[in-house]
Write a protein that binds this ligand. Structure first.
Ligand code: FES
Length: 136
């Protein structure tokens, strides 16, 4: 029996810049967005949305993934010219989709997504054991 794939929201910052952007008409964030549109156009469970600045400008380019009742992850330092980031994102989304609460262990992430996490945020109702209630 196949498990229903999780609905995932993949966000990409459209206004991220890299050094070489000064000589180009398109920003690195826009270039990344176009590559992601191509990559995920047939993935029905992935909603792709562009965001005008995700407030992590020093870690350009930025993407995030989130789903209902799941951890939200933000990844940075993504170079749209490096196709490994685009191709490995598909593998990352599949792993995320299979995880009950969206928690992604470092060793389960593709190599290229192991050291560029900018943030990991539990869902509001998360029962994850990494959360400690400090106001009892
Ligand atoms: S411009 Fe991309 S995070 Fe601010």
């Amino acid at each position: 029996m196949s498990q229903k794939e999780k609905e995932i929201i993949l966000s990409v910052c459209l206004t991220c810049k890299l050094n070489e952007d000064e000589n180009n008409s398109k920003l690195a964030g826009e270039k990344l967005a176009h590559k992601l549109i191509d990559k995920f156009k047939n993935k029905k469970n992935v909603t792709l949305r562009g965001v005008n600045c995700m407030s992590n400008c020093k870690r350009s380019c930025i993407v995030s993934l989130t789903a209902e009742n799941c951890f939200t992850y933000v990844f940075g330092d993504i170079d749209p010219k490096n196709s490994d980031y685009i191709n490995s994102l598909q593998e990352l989304l599949l792993t995320y989709s299979k995880s009950e609460d969206g928690f992604l262990r470092r060793r389960h992430r593709p190599e290229i997504y192991r050291s560029n996490i900018v943030g990991r945020f539990p869902a509001i109702n998360s029962k994850s054991n990494i959360i400690i209630n400090l106001k009892k």
